[in-house]
Design a protein around this ligand. Structure first.
Ligand SMILES: [Fe+2]
Ligand SMILES: [Fe+2]
Length: 148
């Protein structure tokens, strides 16, 4: 049985972003028994590399879509992503150093954090994705500074 299961109440009303969330959850579900049982290091590293890739791709795309849809709090959301990525990176480093205890703690943190993030923060942009308000270019530039 899976450690975490994607459920419909996690949906952000985007097939692609929902798929990303499922892939991230799959990685966490693969990683958990490997960390608990001290699984083969090569396998742990492979799953960790996949998780890091998925997280990076997903965060970048989600940020892009939030901006495009005119979600006003996308910068705060991006900062949360940056902090989560830092923790994923720390987990990867601990695993590479063979630091099992810290790796388990970090795993639990990421696990809680990601699920809480998907159910809480990610769902806040849903109304904007469903009804994107694309501001005129000039207004877009003003509100997004150099980052548009
Ligand atoms: Fe997300
Ligand atoms: Fe997010």
């Amino acid at each position: 049985m899976s450690f975490i299961q994607w459920t419909q109440d996690m949906s952000v009303s985007s097939a692609e972003l929902d798929d990303h969330h499922r892939m991230i959850i799959d990685c966490l579900n693969q990683l958990h028994p490997l960390l608990e049982a001290g699984g083969p290091p090569a396998q742990v590293r492979a799953v960790m590399a996949k998780l890091e890739d998925f997280v990076l791709v997903h965060f970048a795309q989600e940020e892009q879509e939030m901006k495009r849809a005119g979600y006003p709090d996308w910068r705060t959301h991006r900062d949360l992503h940056d902090r989560m990525y830092d923790v994923v990176f720390s987990l990867k480093s601990d695993i590479e150093r063979g630091n099992e205890l810290d790796a388990r703690q970090l795993f639990n943190m990421i696990n809680d954090w990601l699920v809480t993030h998907i159910l809480g923060e990610d769902r806040k942009y849903v109304p904007y994705l469903g009804h994107p308000e694309r501001p005129p270019v000039a207004q877009w530039r003003r509100s997004n500074g150099r980052e548009c």
